[in-house]
Design a protein around this ligand. Sequence first.
Ligand code: ADP
Length: 248
Amino acid sequence: REQTDPVLQLENINVNFDGFQALTNLSLQIGVGELRCVIGPNGAGKTTLMDVITGKTRPQSGRAIYDQSIDLTTLDSIAIARQGIGRKFQKPTVFEALSVAENLELAMKGDKSVWASLRAKLSGEQQDRIDEVLQLLRLEGERARRAGLLSHGQKQFLEIGMLLVQEPHLLLLDEPAAGMTDAETEYTAELFRTLSGRHSLMVVEHDMGFVETIADRVTVLHQGQVLAEGSLRDVQANEQVIEVYLGR
Ligand code: ADP
């Protein structure tokens, strides 16, 4: 596989919470169109890493260069989202009382009030994008359904759709397969492979079976540092990784 330009270059990131060092000199690079998995035991710093990229946590030092030009550590989270960085948390947060299509419309129109957004007409192009996303997420049949009535997995898909209608360049996903059925997990893997290339993805995941089916490259975090990086096969054979996971 050819090396692409980096979409994100984290350089020597340090995060300290009241004396507790959550990330230490963390450097990590993600290529355009790459699908990267980040794994590591509880407390390794995975969430903090996502928080730094999305502007929720400001590091004490280090830079997060996006698209080879912008240092994200100088922007707030709204400005970072506007740069085309979308984040999905583990728990789906859809508008339960609204229909599936309305959820996508709102996400697409963004910052206006809910009711003003719903009244504003979509352009033909926007409508096409919503149709495309519904199809991609296998939710065409649910378009008029109240989001609150969807299964847990369908809500997860809808939330990914709410990011996709905003045409993000970089997607950050926290345990996207958690709580999904086997069939939904399998489709999520297929979806991510489809999305990579057009989008860059960083996925935090615990389910090794899922990691195995999706990732080109895996980064293992441990105690706020990168312990190993490479193919899943390589990192699983790494002595230090084995020690951390199996306590040998
Ligand atoms: P992971 O997502 O890999 O489980 P986290 O990034 O959530 O790890 O946490 C890394 C470490 O930083 C943990 O030991 C956690 O307790 C600590 N931590 C995270 N956020 C804060 C905070 N706001 N204040 C103090 N400690 C924190």
